[in-house]
Ligand binder design. Structure first.
Ligand code: M6R
Length: 471
């Protein structure tokens, strides 16, 4: 039978796959299987669907079965879904209900999903915090932290594994957790971590961050850390995806489906969850000053309104972006919490506009990159008020002395940098550790508008996939 043939063949297959097989002699049967790549079976009225996640299926049915590695789905016309393993042992498929609505999968009047998703951020952050920050904004609780309190509080070290934008969120998470909880945190590219035989102890907690929950390298890093006895905490967006299913516990970011390949609202959602995680842990550990804790929680609650203010800069940023379509290179600079934001701003620009862009910690300029500065080079500087403001100011002076073109993102009312920079964009003030939630948004808009001006396919840039389910 087709099923037996597939079972025998898969016994010899090496590597990751998600496949659906038909026999032209028996067109009423489909056999589907997966290993390391995701595969979902949608169950409709007298029909079935196969896809890599639930998003494309939800238009037809909200009932899905997520296949696990080694499981084979046998679909026959007019019959119920059957799931067996490689040895033909039958299992009971667990049918899940997908909580997505179609409106979330449409552009809703925006020209691109990316722009829609940038503009959704105030609501997304609100949804992300719902039920986690209480109405009086004086307490934040992530239930996954409370439920696993002992394991998390006894951790000697946290290791964050992620890729791309999620890795940038991880860099911010490191600063938040280290500063609030005084626990060392390492941030690793999942693709490197999984192959370099890392030191992992049973007391370690590994935080896996992934929008899609399907990134092959992050999933493999989770499996490796799990096999070495670490406790795994997932921070994901796609509900029911592979990474949340592989972790011990975790928190969804609840920002709704992200369709644009360039990640936007998932990043701010991840940073929000990391801030709530750090606050919840620090409160439990007693490592955070009560007044400071309150001020961060209250400010977190204000972020959606402040993001709305930032979004009003859209037209200004659209206008500004026209000036920079000539550029072949961009540099993004930031320090402290703004350094990962610089990396994220540069990644956004390169992936959708195909302009080469590099993010650096501003102080590193003098160790090499400053050689690149000339009158052609646009330098984006995240220069909002923070402990390192004066130092960033001198970094800007160094760039101006070499005739670089500075686009500065400053705190509202900043008269100093505004006079030196070629262009300055004023942003609402917030507490330093939450600055990335504000400063990332205009960088997303800048990248978006530059790409649109250049006529690029913003939502589906060349060579990129939304979920990187291959190594
Ligand atoms: O789904 P994940 O968050 O695991 O994806 C990780 C990266 O592939 C992803 O962030 C990628 O870098 C985005 N295209 C960035 O916009």
């Amino acid at each position: 039978s087709l099923l037996t043939a597939v079972q025998l063949a898969l016994g010899e297959v090496i590597g990751a796959y998600a496949i659906a097989i038909l026999d032209k002699e028996h067109p009423d049967e489909i056999v589907a299987a997966r290993k390391s790549s995701p595969l979902v079976v949608g169950i409709g009225e007298d029909e079935f669907f196969l896809a890599s996640d639930a998003t494309p299926i939800v238009e037809y049915t909200d009932k899905v079965v997520y296949l696990e590695d080694g499981e084979i789905a046998v679909i026959n016309r007019g019959e119920e879904l059957k799931v067996v393993d490689l040895n033909n042992v039958e299992m009971t498929p667990e049918v899940k209900k997908v909580e997505l609505n179609l409106g979330q999968l449409e552009k809703g009047g925006y020209p691109h999903f990316m722009l829609k998703e940038i503009f959704e951020q105030p609501d997304c952050i609100h949804d992300c915090m719902r039920g986690r920050i209480n109405v009086d904004a004086d307490n934040v609780v992530l239930s996954a932290v409370i439920d696993n309190k002992e394991r998390l509080l006894s951790a000697k070290r946290f290791i964050i594994v992620a890729c791309g934008t999620s890795w940038h969120a991880g860099l911010i998470g490191k600063q938040l957790i280290e500063s609030f909880c005084r626990i060392p945190v390492e941030v690793e590219y999942a693709s490197e971590f999984r192959y370099r035989d890392p030191v992992i102890n049973e007391q370690d907690v590994v935080i896996a961050i992934s929008q899609s929950g399907e990134t092959a390298d992050t999933l493999a890093a989770v499996e490796l850390a799990k096999s070495r006895g670490a406790f795994i905490y997932g921070i994901c967006n796609a509900i029911g995806s592979s990474i949340p299913r592989a972790t011990h516990t975790g928190s969804y970011i609840h920002v709704g489906p992200e369709i644009g390949v360039a990640s936007t609202k998932a990043f701010t959602g991840q940073v929000t969850v990391l801030a709530m995680l750090a606050l919840t842990l620090a409160k439990e550990k007693g490592t955070i000053d009560e007044r400071y804790y309150l001020s961060v929680v209250r400010e977190l609650n204000q972020i959606p309104e402040k993001m709305k203010e930032v979004l009003k800069l859209n037209d200004k940023l659209a206008e500004l972006s026209k000036t920079f379509t000539y550029a072949h290179n961009f540099i993004y600079l930031g320090r402290g919490y703004s350094y990962p934001v610089a990396l994220e701003g540069a990644l956004k620009l390169k992936e959708i506009s195909y302009i080469h862009a590099e993010g650096y910690p501003a102080a590193e300029m003098k160790h090499g990159p400053i050689a690149l500065i000339d009158a052609e080079m646009p330098v984006v500087v995240i220069a909002t008020q923070n402990a390192l403001y004066e130092k960033v100011l001198s970094n800007i002076q160094e760039i101006k002395a070499r005739k670089g073109r500075v686009i500065a993102f400053v705190t509202k009312g900043d008269m100093v940098i505004s006079q030196i920079a070629d262009c300055s964009i004023e942003l609402p003030e917030t507490i330093e550790c939450l600055n990335p939630l504000i400063t990332t948004v205009p960088l997303q808009l800048l990248a978006y508008h530059i790409a649109v001006c250049k006529g690029m396919d913003v939502d589906q840039p060349r060579n990129l996939a939304k979920s990187v389910t291959v190594e």
